[in-house]
Design a protein around this ligand. Structure first.
Ligand code: PEP
Ligand code: MN
Length: 336
């Protein structure tokens, strides 16, 4: 934190600032320029806010220079690899998660799981509880979907990624999920983040559609602070002025996150662009700029899907993607 004094500040004003810094348990260094004085707060690890100084007489500005997060920061650790037994997310190997937006019925989820498993994909996605913008849209099969998900993951020996919307359903979903998805709409549901911090199941934390990169990292910080270090971040598109696509997939976020955090970062091109035949190129772009993996909405009958059909690809399109990823992976120093 830098406390910048006004040109007109008196030495007494500066002393008051220094006393405040000491009273907060930090030390300081004073730098006297030719016209202004700056007091540097030393030892600030995000526990001090600029508002603590702004009301002081003679203070022009208080500028935070240290990062507001600590546990997710690269200063603490180089790399986190989230372990799923025989599968890992965050190491050299690019991972694919595929499956429908929502579980709709037994035939749908079993036929999708079977086909993607045949392509060598070991992570299945599928929502049981769906956060929908409209209360009149399909809300998921809820408990019935949980039973189907238990059966399908057992049958095809797959790791399951499914969304948890609230603290109430967390115990139920934890029975079946290998990875708990926190959706964009819930990225700042702090009681949910705290509850998930207390358990050890890996978490896929999606970026809110109007959240900054710092806000995403602060939400992840909640989970790590609670004791759960198995967090995977997911860029899934943000809302911009553009209306030709569902969202704007912020590929900038990937190299930026990779610099700031040790957590794995994956990309959801399906929600990111919202157009099924644009999912493949955006998937390749995401891997080219450093993503550790992809989560792709995949449906056996997209035209009749109960949610997000237009952005869902048929499973056989994954075969094309896999062939291209095999060529791309070595170019970006990854394995596939
Ligand atoms: C989903 O994955 O189906 C979903 C609802 O995603 P998001 O939270 O990113 O909108
Ligand atoms: Mn969806």
């Amino acid at each position: 934190m830098l406390v910048v004094m006004k040109k007109t500040a008196t030495q007494k004003n500066v002393e008051c600032v220094k006393e405040k810094i000491i009273s907060l348990g930090f030390s300081f260094q004073e730098i006297k320029g030719s016209t202004i004085t700056v007091v540097i707060v030393i030892g600030n690890k995000g526990k001090i806010g600029s508002e603590q100084f702004l009301y002081f007489e003679g203070v022009e500005n208080a500028i935070s220079i240290s990062k507001p997060y600590l546990l997710v920061s690269k200063d603490l650790k180089e790399k986190t690899i989230v372990n799923f037994g025989d599968e890992k997310i965050g190491d050299e190997k690019i991972i694919l998660i595929a499956g429908p937006c929502s579980v709709e019925n037994k035939n749908q989820i079993f036929s999708i799981a079977e086909e993607i498993k045949n392509y060598g994909i070991n992570f299945l996605r599928g929502g049981a509880f769906k956060p929908r913008t409209s209360p009149y849209s399909f809300q998921g099969l809820k408990n019935d979907a949980i039973s189907l998900l238990k059966e399908v993951k057992e049958k095809f020996k797959m790791k399951l990624v499914t969304e948890v919307m609230d603290v109430e359903t967390l115990p139920l979903i934890s029975e079946v999920a290998d990875c708990l998805q926190i959706g964009a709409r819930n990225m700042q549901n702090y009681s949910l983040l705290e509850a998930i911090g207390k358990i050890k199941i890996p978490v896929l934390l999606k970026r809110g559609f109007s959240a900054t990169i710092d806000e995403l990292l602060m939400s992840a910080e909640y989970i790590l602070k609670g004791g759960n270090e198995n967090v995977i971040l997911c860029e899934r598109g943000i809302r911009t002025f553009e209306t030709a696509t569902r969202n704007t997939l912020d590929l900038n976020a990937i190299p930026v996150l990779k610099k700031l955090t040790h957590l794995p970062v994956i990309v959801d091109p399906s929600h990111g662009i919202g157009i099924w035949d644009a999912v493949l190129p955006m998937s390749l772009a995401a891997i080219a700029c450093g993503a550790d993996g992809l989560i792709i909405e995949t449906h056996n009958d997209p035209m009749n899907a109960l949610s997000d059909g237009y952005q869902s690809i048929k499973p056989n399109k994954l075969k094309t993607l896999i062939d291209k990823l095999k060529l791309l992976a070595p170019i970006v120093d990854r394995k596939f």
